[in-house]
Design a protein around this ligand. Structure first.
Ligand SMILES: [Fe+2]
Length: 567
């Protein structure tokens, strides 16, 4: 049985194809369209999923869309009526898109998938988040917490998942949203909403939460059970294209930061305050949910679950014994979630949990396009690019040596990762032992803000030697204290933490062997891993995109499959 999941029209469109409940192909539209965070109908992603798996539209049994567009439209109309006449320009911008396109998603799907005669279903936004969080987990039963900007009406929800059922027990509704609270600070501190939230997380480490009390007394009311109420006097997102208003600026005594102006201490302190409130609210929510559900497991869904600093505090301080966060908890991940809902809940098919954690991790990540050695060689030869073809062992030895010599290497292997992070198949790798490596990476390739840290990939068995964490962090969604910062300064953030990826032999054997070889040379089982993309562009998809990195940046070498290309 084939189920196709689609997520689009908000941010980060994506498609996923499942066969008997297993994801056999999944990819974000931006990787093909090359438009970062592309929110259009994911034509190219759908086409690739079908071509890759040789499945025809008439073979698909169910197509699931990740939320209920009509309810979302109802919320938009309701909101515009409530804030009218403010919000007119936003209304004129948004509503035509809905009337002409978004409400007709069924037609769009049928138009694109000629021959499809199956059912189209629309699970609720937070149900799709829940399904993805739960069905990627190793748990047979779990509490669920979803926190995002907003779905149809819901901004936070919690419930219980057992076997094939998910029941959401309570929610918080628009406009009171912890995700939008954080996005408001993202905007105010000079970053793009829906894109710059992780930059705010990085920046907050430089500050002290000096505005914590003020924000709590003025902007957000937090109850003991974690429920929140935003003071809408300070926010503009219900009636304008910006997130905050003059009152918000007056409270802090500064204007929203322009991206061209470097952040100063007050920005760091405001960021640290917003981050601490986000963490504290999540902890309160988790305690409340634990009390209500009496579960020992917690699955987290929604974009807020990308906040690795908060996730780590939940792991350390919440009453739950186990926490699972899927690799792409935001809306793109819901392309898988809604298809899982169709198979396991709507159709009630049995769920077989993959208990081998490395295999499960592999199945959750490496779901995108891959290129055979023939494809790669053909590309190199056609374009008259010089390269050295190596055996697997020679490739690993040589690449590890090059990295240990301080060079920056592009590493393009196997299937592209699903989700926002490069996890060893479309990565740029470097030596974590040199503190200057952060500047080198920024100067040569990434050109990104200096306050943003680079992440380490560590051999799983060495995790707790180097980091204060004793569970795997395979999707780079935990920010933990570094135990030996002097050994790995390039990946240690200003506050002594790192957003680590743990790598096991079964989850990615080639990447594991490479880090292991680096360990044999240097005694450090860790490599710097940052995504292979030029600033402002999506992660590379094809050998041609990867080769462009060599042309456009000062990357020293590129490894395409078994082929080493020197600059
Ligand atoms: Fe969402």
């Amino acid at each position: 049985m084939y189920t196709l999941g689609i997520s689009c029209y908000y941010h980060d469109s994506a498609a996923a194809l499942l066969k008997n409940g297993d994801v056999i192909a999944a990819v974000e539209e931006e990787r093909f369209s090359r438009k970062k965070f592309d929110d259009g109908f994911p034509k190219l992603a759908i086409d690739w999923c079908l071509k890759e798996t040789q499945v025809k539209p008439n073979e698909i049994d169910i197509i699931a869309f990740y939320d209920k567009p009509i309810l979302k439209f109802e919320r938009l109309l309701d909101n515009y009526l409530a804030v009218s006449p403010r919000g007119l320009s936003s209304f004129l911008d948004v509503i035509p898109k809905w009337i002409h396109k978004r409400l007709w998603i069924k037609n769009e799907i049928k138009k694109h998938l000629k021959g499809f005669t199956g059912e189209i279903i629309f699970p609720e936004h937070h149900i799709s988040h829940s399904a993805y969080a739960f069905f990627t987990s190793p748990f047979n039963e779990s509490a669920i917490l979803n926190v995002d900007g907003v779905g149809e009406w819901t901004t936070t929800s919690f419930g219980i998942a057992q076997n094939n059922s998910i029941k959401l027990l309570n929610d918080i509704r628009w406009p009171h949203s912890l995700g939008l609270f954080y996005s408001a600070f993202t905007y105010f501190l000079g970053f793009k909403v829906n894109e710059g939230e992780y930059k705010l997380m990085g920046l907050s480490s430089y500050g002290k939460p000096k505005f914590y009390d003020e924000i709590l007394s003025e902007i957000i009311d937090v109850k003991n059970d974690g429920s929140i109420h935003l003071n809408m006097k300070y926010f503009a997102f219900t009636y304008d294209k910006v997130m905050t208003n003059e009152k918000f600026s007056n409270l802090f005594g500064i204007e929203p930061r322009m991206p061209s102006i470097s952040p100063s201490q007050i920005h760091f302190d405001i960021g640290a305050s917003a981050q601490k409130i986000l963490e504290d609210v999540l902890l309160k929510m988790a305690s409340h949910i634990h009390e209500k559900t009496k579960m020992k497991n917690l699955c987290l869904g929604g974009g807020v679950a990308l906040n690795g600093v908060a996730n780590y505090r939940l792991l350390k301080e919440s009453p739950f014994e186990n926490i699972h966060i899927p690799p792409s908890p935001g809306d793109a991940g819901s392309a898988i979630g809604c298809a899982q809902f169709a198979y396991y809940i709507h159709k009630k098919y049995n769920r077989i949990i993959e208990m081998a954690h490395s295999k499960r991790i592999h199945k959750n990540i490496y779901l995108g396009p891959s290129f055979s050695d023939d494809d790669i060689t053909k590309f190199l030869d056609t374009n008259k690019i010089e390269y050295e073809k190596l055996s697997r062992d020679a490739l690993i030895e040589k690449t590890a040596k090059i990295i240990s010599d301080g060079k920056v290497v592009g590493w393009f292997q196997g299937k592209m990762e699903w989700g926002p992070r490069a996890l060893g198949n479309r990565s740029i790798l470097a030596d974590p032992r040199k503190s200057e490596m952060k500047d080198i990476l920024n100067e040569k390739i990434k050109h990104r803000e200096s306050f943003r840290p680079f992440a380490p990939s560590v051999l799983e068995e060495f995790t707790s030697d180097y980091f204060d964490i004793d569970i795997p962090s395979p999707y780079m969604l935990m920010v933990a204290k570094v135990k030996q910062p002097e050994k790995i300064p390039a990946v240690t953030h200003v506050d002594g933490t790192a957003r680590l990826q743990t790598v096991s032999k079964e989850s990615n054997s080639l990447y594991y062997d490479l880090i292991n070889q680096f360990y044999k040379i240097t005694g450090v089982p860790i490599i710097v891993n940052t995504s292979m993309n030029v600033m402002g562009e999506p992660i590379v998809n094809t050998p041609s995109h990867a080769y462009n990195m060599i042309l456009k940046t000062d990357m020293d070498c590129l490894v395409l499959g078994n082929n080493l290309i020197d600059k």
